[in-house]
Design a binder for this molecule. Sequence first.
Ligand code: NAD
Length: 260
Amino acid sequence: MMADPSTSLFSLEGKTALVTGASSGLGRRFATCLSDAGANVILAARRTDKLDALAEDLRSKGGTAIAVAMDVTDQSSIETAVKTGWDEMGRIDILVNNAGVAVTKTALDHEEKDWDFVMDTNLKGAFFAARAVANRQATDQQGGTIINIASILGERVLKQLVSYAAAKAGLVQMTKALALEWARYDIRVNAIAPGYIITEINRDFLTGHSGDKMRMGVPMRKFGEESDLDGPLLLLAGEGSRLMTGTVLTVDGGHVLSIP
Ligand code: NAD
């Protein structure tokens, strides 16, 4: 008998998801989308004040949500947050490694602190968050799914973003390496590589004059909206992607196909 795709493949009822960097932008959207699909969510970011408001908002819509403090550049903070989330929710099925930062400087101006800031957050932080969750998932043998938020700059490059592009390229390779090692535990590891997605912090720039010029470089002639990532996220989070691991879903209106 054919399964009903609307209920079984994309429903996250009974699952728990932890989203890093959930206090703003895409992370906030990912957490809301997962909650709307039925998942219990653990909202993680350095400061919990904004997270508390989002958790309250999700609970008012009938969801289950808690906020935990997590600085992904601090391993003990990652361990504490994952333990708290796991203990309070019973387990963690889905991890969305979303926390990310960028330093916009020429390569010659990049200092060690800039390089470390971006690498420690975008690559090392994602690895240790994945390891903390996967350790528990491997132990309880219930499997899991990890979704790393990469970027098209993990494949193509732009000037003044050397550390960001290198970290995202590393995140793509890390996705594949972890998928290979953790398949035996039924832990799937995939990535989403967004192009330019309009969020609160870049809206003025992307929808202004400079944005217009950049938009013409996108084959579909448009930037993404946060909601454009809902489908890929739900696919990778749920049963619909049960045979997918080590993949990178590019969501960019064809941007990566065009010559920079
Ligand atoms: P954003 O700045 O709004 O969100 C980043 C989040 O990460 C924030 O909530 C921030 O508090 C959190 N964060 C930063 N450092 C952290 C740390 N040490 N510990 C815990 N949390 C930390 O940016 P965004 O546009 O929403 O980006 C989210 C992710 O999507 C990033 O990984 C980014 O690289 C990626 N991305 C964004 C776009 C885009 O166009 N918006 C495109 C491609 C990839």
